[in-house]
Design a protein around this ligand. Structure first.
Ligand SMILES: Cc1cc2nc3c(=O)[nH]c(=O)nc-3n(C[C@H](O)[C@H](O)[C@H](O)COP(=O)(O)O)c2cc1C
Length: 317
């Protein structure tokens, strides 16, 4: 994989945002089934963890060959552990490495990882440089507008570009802003005028056409929360599907999650997705109370086909 990956990939670049607890291999494959042209990013994974306990965390980074191009997202603050992590990602066959400089979780910020790096531009640039010079994989950074405003967004990103970043993705909210406040994409359009590397926007995209409308001069966008229960958001034709038409893909999701994580963990983790899949349909509350108790794949199939049948009957009345 060469450093020009982000420059050469067809534009606009459209992808699934990295989301801990959601963008695992099974969900990434599901989104790629809807649109094989999207890119996906893994859940964030600790560079220190990969350095000290490679075996356990490698498991978290597993991906299926059909997911390519898939990008590994790493967080940390230590050059040495980042370099080990990069080697692991190279060995595993990832198409690129993304450095997380946006995570606002208390634990991550307290350890001076994630968005805390926005307050340490020297260290942030050093980490990018360490990866850029020690791996042949392209390096990207995903960060936010800033800590409480976008004042240093342009100098910060230009610094990362000089340090060797090949792409930057900005979640158009500050660290202080929760995930549900409107994203401010105008800062990204201005930033793009100052960069030579591709810039992706992220934050508040509600549909495929909404993402396209927000693009302006940017090279692409990532969608996060709006994919929950709705991988079909990546369908450029924005077809409206019935629950029955969605059935096969939802079952595939359950099968891939169970295949990847085992029956016990896979079944437990599919429940939150099932609740998202039925969100907004008539009688959702009653269905949710059943879906939170599904125990295995047969149970999932049975519950979902019951829901589909009931919805079809309602349509025919
Ligand atoms: C549950 C959840 C987990 C997330 N985990 C990560 C992560 O691991 N790495 C990351 O860079 N961003 C993470 N994010 C942020 C998303 O990638 C994205 O920037 C954010 O949700 C804004 O996009 P949206 O408005 O389309 O959801 C997470 C967001 C959510 C809601």
């Amino acid at each position: 994989m060469n450093k020009n990956f982000w420059k050469n990939i067809p534009k606009p670049i459209i992808g699934l945002a990295p989301m801990d607890g959601y963008s695992d291999s099974a969900f990434r494959r599901i989104c790629k089934t809807v649109n094989p042209n999207i890119i996906t990013v893994t859940e964030f994974t600790s560079a220190d963890g990969l350095h000290h306990n490679r075996k356990i965390l490698k498991q978290k980074l597993q991906f299926h060959p059909s997911e390519q191009p898939v990008i590994a997202q790493i967080f940390g603050k230590n050059e040495e552990t980042f370099i080990t992590a990069a080697k692991v990602c190279e060995e595993m066959g990832f198409s690129g490495i993304d450095i997380n400089m946006g995570c606002p979780s208390k634990k991550v910020v307290k350890s001076e990882h994630g968005v805390a790096l926005r307050k340490k531009p020297d260290l942030a640039a050093k980490l990018v440089e360490a990866l850029a010079t020690n791996t042949h994989l392209p390096i990207s950074v995903k960060t936010r507008l800033g800590w409480s405003n976008a004042d240093n967004l342009i100098p910060f990103c230009k610094r990362l570009e000089s340090a060797g970043a090949n792409m930057i993705c900005i979640h158009a909210r500050t660290y202080k802003e929760p995930y549900n406040v409107p994203a401010q994409w105008e800062h990204l359009y201005e930033l793009k005028e100052h960069l030579n590397i591709p810039l992706l926007g992220n934050g508040g995209v509600t549909s495929y056409s909404d993402g396209i409308n927000k693009l302006n001069n940017l090279d692409g966008f990532l969608i996060g929360q709006a994919t929950f229960g709705n991988p079909w958001i990546f369908d450029p034709l924005e077809r409206k599907l019935s629950m029955t038409e969605k059935y096969d893909l939802i079952i595939k999701h359950a099968e891939w999650l169970i295949e990847h994580k085992g029956e016990q963990v896979g079944t437990r983790e599919i429940r939150k997705h099932l609740l998202a899949y039925v969100k907004g349909i008539p009688g959702a509350r009653q269905y949710r109370s059943k879906l939170v108790y599904v125990n295995d794949l047969n149970d999932i199939k049975h519950s979902l086909s019951t829901i589909c049948n009931e919805l079809e009957c309602q349509l025919q009345v």
